[in-house]
Write a protein that binds this ligand. Structure first.
Ligand code: PFF
Length: 453
């Protein structure tokens, strides 16, 4: 059976649109909210360097593999894996990659929407001028008060989920282009503004030192696992989101350069967010390891001090919410596309059902910060910690490892050459080395060393 050149869900009108959509998926809360706070929790420099190494040696090859498989299969990840396994006479169990991705997507979406709701709440606080000349104590107290109020959190979670469901029910391709074209450059500008502010604090050097000074003592196998999980999460890898988007990529677009651009941009945003946040942490005597509230306690302080801060602060949290919604859309796409294919269902109906399930699961995350703060699922992990840990540090890397193995060893050489646009023995060897050996072996070594320790 020949590979099809179009997907039934539509096609990106150009390579550029795919870049926008994939960058919209990659750049999100993972860069601006999560990267700084887990860097703070894991001691800084060593963590950052391991993360960067994981992006380069594991993330890049696996992102190429996802795009390649998606474009070869042209369907939802589940059906893409099923079709490719059939077409090339491989074990039908490869389809499990798609199923695990859908499950990981639900888990991630459930808490992602809660945190995005926090960003929405901060839009309203900023617009009310709540942080004008605020002290670190006021900023911390505002966040703690919000966290202690489950109903308030559920309200913002619901609003964000409703917006996500509305957009995904319309179809990804139409909605994304306009949004991303505008908000991405604006988000960069505001990050630059924050960086500029951080530079004027006397603690910029201390913040930069924290982020880049490599300290071997900080490295444990757990640090490495979390850094690797973060590389997967931030690049949207391991659960089929990029595979789903790759299915709508025109056949002529080059995969290699596209993927480099997206990963580079994503890394830049994360590093910029860290460099903006840590100087503010040190200048105000805050704790870098304070956890998920880090961004919400530090950045309002910066906006509170700058001229037109309420305006910039409002705009910033609007943009963070936008960045979050373009990611949330991609998290839903694998499940959504599958249900539409399998049951010929209307996108709108499927979107509402998915949204409701993820919303209910998300209540667990809301309660983890207040009513259930002392309920531990395993060890010291709250419900949120557990869902986050399992999805990001286990399911995404495992999914990514299997995806890269299939892309390297499951497809005939000619198909790989065709997809990469170069029919040469060397390309095939390099592909097998990167995707078939280095990337999966990297994941395996990290898994084994974590289990052993
Ligand atoms: N990459 C997104 C972020 O950094 O916020 C989160 C994400 C999107 C994770 C899509 C997984 C995914 F499939």
């Amino acid at each position: 059976m020949a590979a099809s050149t179009e997907s039934r869900h539509g096609m990106w009108s150009s390579r550029w649109l795919f870049v926008l959509a994939a960058a919209g998926s990659a750049v999100g809360l993972g860069n601006i909210w999560k990267f700084p706070y887990i860097t703070g929790e894991n001691g800084g420099g060593a963590f950052v360097l391991i993360y960067l190494a994981c992006v380069a040696f594991v993330g890049l090859p696996i992102m190429m593999a996802e795009v390649l498989l998606g474009r070869e299969g042209r369907q939802s990840p589940i059906n893409t894996m099923r079709t490719l396994a059939q077409r090339y006479n491989r074990n039908p169990l490869w389809v499990l990659i798609g199923w695990m991705g859908v499950l990981a997507g639900f888990l991630i979406l459930s808490y992602y929407v809660v945190i995005a709701g926090w960003a929405l709440y901060y839009v309203s606080e900023m617009a009310n001028g709540a942080f004008y000349q605020a002290s670190p104590e006021t900023a911390s107290a505002t966040f703690s008060r919000f966290q202690a109020d489950p109903l308030q959190m559920i309200l913002w979670q619901t609003l964000f989920m409703a917006a996500t469901v509305f957009i995904i029910s319309k179809g990804v391709i139409k909605g994304l282009e306009r949004a991303i074209r505008w908000f991405m450059p604006l988000l960069f500008l505001l990050l630059l503004l924050l960086l500029g502010y951080a530079f004027t604090t006397e603690s910029f050097a201390e913040g930069a030192q924290f982020m880049f000074a490599f300290n071997w003592e900080d490295v444990t196998s757990r640090t490495v696992l979390i850094a690797m999980g973060q590389a997967f999460f931030t690049l949207s890898l391991g659960m089929g989101a990029i595979m789903a988007y790759g299915a709508y990529l025109p056949a002529s677009a080059s995969i290699g350069s596209t993927v480099f651009f997206i990963a580079g941009l994503d890394t830049l945003v994360a590093v910029a967010a860290g460099l903006a946040i840590f100087p503010i942490v040190f200048a105000n005597g805050l704790e870098p390891s304070q956890g998920p509230g880090l961004m919400f306690v530090t950045l309002p302080l910066a906006f509170g001090q700058m001229p037109l801060g309420a305006l910039f602060g409002t705009l910033f949290f609007v943009l963070v919410s936008f960045a979050a919604i373009t990611s949330a859309i991609s998290i839903s796409e694998p499940a959504l596309a599958y249900l539409v294919e399998e049951y010929n269902a209307k996108r709108g109906r499927v979107a509402i059902s998915l949204g409701v399930i993820a919303w209910i699961l998300g209540i667990g995350t809301v309660l983890s910060f207040n009513v259930w703060a002392d309920v531990h699922i395993v060890g010291s992990l709250t419900f949120f910690d557990f869902v986050d840990y399992v999805s990001q540090n286990v399911m995404l890397p495992l999914g990514g490892m299997l995806i890269s193995l299939f892309a390297a060893w499951g497809l005939p050489r000619t198909v790989i050459g065709e997809q990469l646009g170069i029919q040469s023995g060397w390309v095939n060897v390099i592909w097998k080395l990167l995707c078939g050996v280095i990337a999966p072996l990297g994941v395996l070594i990290v898994f084994i060393s974590t289990i052993l320790s």
